[in-house]
Design a protein around this ligand. Structure first.
Ligand code: XMP
Length: 320
């Protein structure tokens, strides 16, 4: 059983010193790799890892083709400003070939997990000679996975999977006793900018979690464009999270006096404290109309926009 360290009780400087010591002890005089997605958890673990290992930690952003627009550049700039060099690895082909023909939600998640850890990181680790992957798994990821609610992509040991045997490297998880509030406190102590904490949550399987059915490059691009509209419209609002989902079913619409059997986008916006339960935000109809107009104008092929009004549970925040 992992022992939780509560945010209110955590002494950040002491925690950092302890984790730095442990990371150094594990890595010895070797090198480690760290996967940075730009989220709060992986950003915090990046700063912690650099505190411990300096340039012996290589920080990699995997361009999986499933991220939001301009994400690689944003992450590289943000960390460049903090003195951390981020290497962008283009793995789009690996992910899209693993996702070809996959429609089942859990299989989709599994395909992404395997591609990420086995194929892409397996290759990076082999080429670099590193023995360790440093990642920002937190206690909530472990809890939800063990409870069978949702298999988080970054949980292995607690499921009886040995990363060394399965992927050929060890995984270090210095944040695994913390919850989100603890990670935020730690990230601030490590010098991360407020811009990073202001961002809404984003799932590990990225936009593939928002495409119902097959996640092809074209369908992911559709949901990426719709996401951009939703994020622009709702940025700065107090909602917990907002997103767009691409449905699999088509519906009849019309464009330029022509019948178009087009695509459907569902918009979701959530009020929540910890993502365990959530209710749809009571957005004004004006805001909803603005979002719909933006999507219909900027996202090709879409003829229908709906707003989700079902709470979690029984819904979940993401669609896959
Ligand atoms: P659900 O869809 O389970 O989402 O209601 C709860 C919260 O978790 C995020 N989410 C994930 N985060 N890996 C992550 O790191 C994942 O596989 C994953 N799936 C969902 C989701 O965005 C929401 O904030």
């Amino acid at each position: 059983m992992l022992k939780e360290i509560k945010a209110a009780e955590m002494d950040c400087e002491k925690f950092i010193a302890e984790q730095v010591r442990e990371i150094r002890a594990a890595v010895g005089d070797g090198t480690a790799i760290n996967a940075l997605s730009g989220g709060v958890d992986s950003s915090t673990v990046t700063m912690l890892g650099h505190r411990a290992l300096g340039r012996r930690l290589r920080t990699v952003f995997v361009e999986n083709g499933l991220m939001r627009r301009n994400e690689a550049r944003r992450v590289r700039d943000l960390f460049g400003a903090l003195g951390v060099e981020v290497e962008v690895v283009d793995a789009r082909d690996d992910f899209f070939s693993a996702l070809t023909g996959v429609t089942d939600p859990e299989q989709k998640r599994e395909a992404i997990t395997q591609t990420f850890y086995k194929k892409v990181f397996g290759r990076i680790v082999r080429e670099s000679g590193a023995r360790h992957l440093l990642q920002g798994t937190i206690l909530t990821d472990v809890d939800e996975t063990v409870a069978g609610i949702k298999r988080q992509h970054n949980v292995f040991a607690q499921l009886g999977i040995d990363p060394q045997a399965a992927f050929g490297y060890a995984i270090l998880e210095p944040l695994v006793q913390l919850r989100k509030d603890g990670v935020r406190k730690l990230g601030r102590a490590l010098g991360l900018s407020e811009e990073l904490f202001a961002r809404i949550p984003f799932p590990g399987p990225a936009l593939a979690a928002r495409v119902i059915g097959e996640a092809t490059p074209e369908r992911v691009e559709t949901v990426r464009a719709a996401t951009e509209v939703v994020e622009e419209a709702l940025a700065g609002t107090p909602a917990f999270q907002y997103l767009a989902i691409l449905h699999e079913d088509r519906v009849t619409g019309m464009r330029d006096n022509q019948r178009q059997f087009g695509q459907q986008v569902e918009v979701r916006c959530w009020d929540s404290v910890d993502a365990r339960t959530a209710t749809p935000t009571r957005l004004s109809f004006d805001v909803l109309e603005r979002i719909a107009a933006g999507i219909l104008k900027r996202v090709p092929g879409v003829v229908s926009v709906t707003y989700n009004i079902a709470p979690k549970p029984p819904s979940t925040i993401e669609a896959v």
